[in-house]
Design a protein around this ligand. Sequence first.
Ligand code: C5P
Length: 272
Amino acid sequence: MDSAPKTPVTAVIVVAAGSGQRLGYGMPKAKVPLGGDSILTHALRGVAGSGIAQQICVAIPPGDPELLALCEAFTQELKAERPDTPGDGEAGDVPVVTIVDGGATRAESVRAGLAALLPATEAVLVHDAARALTPEAVFHRVSRALTAGALAVIPVMPVVDTVKTVQPTSGDGAAIAPELVTGTAARETLRAVQTPQGFEVATLRRAHAAAAAFDAGQAAAVTDDAMLVELLGVPVHAVRGASQSLKITTPLDLIIAEGLLEGPLGVRWVEG
Ligand code: C5P
């Protein structure tokens, strides 16, 4: 008898509804050109290439015709790769692509995605479109942990810098420097957190249902999905991320991402 655990029916929510102000392109970040395509197209190809998803649900800024067209072009690209399959998300088929209107915050965009998942979905990965070059191996590590029984799993990287906490300087000290150090974190226990973050679907729904009642201050402090699951007291597991999985946020990040794409091996083949 085969006792290997069964891979859960998996959806990937790609959140791409941010404004991208810090990148300074004057357009939503997902549209910004990268290696001849858009950031969003790279992100979607990475998800599809991993082969883990029966559904890819993309949250874009409401009423954005260009991003809608990019998603539709990606759907056609998938179908053209395997023209003989019906495109209904069954095993071995191309994933179903669903497009939803994102919200005012990242968490609201995730909730819009959760509301549009196929009823059979058992596991969900939430991925930032801004991490356009995430290697397929990272999707596989997250997916394997879910198959092995994790309710929540995140990809992480060791922190190379020493990290300190600070507070604004008050009184006479303000003339010297704007901030005062209050402590030094133990670097060996720190991890920088990436996406895709994976969850048993009911666990993530429960976490987001609790967060929907947050006030504006609490909502602003939510920077990833795992922290909402932590608040439920559910264990969050960590697997290895990848340095190519950088979140394209500033103009420097875009230069690095362009450089990675031009690398001799092609970025997705380099293990992080
Ligand atoms: O702004 P931040 O760096 O947190 O964005 C992370 C990801 O969340 C990006 O891919 C961005 O497009 C997405 N996002 C979203 N809806 C928002 C804000 C951010 O989908 N309202």
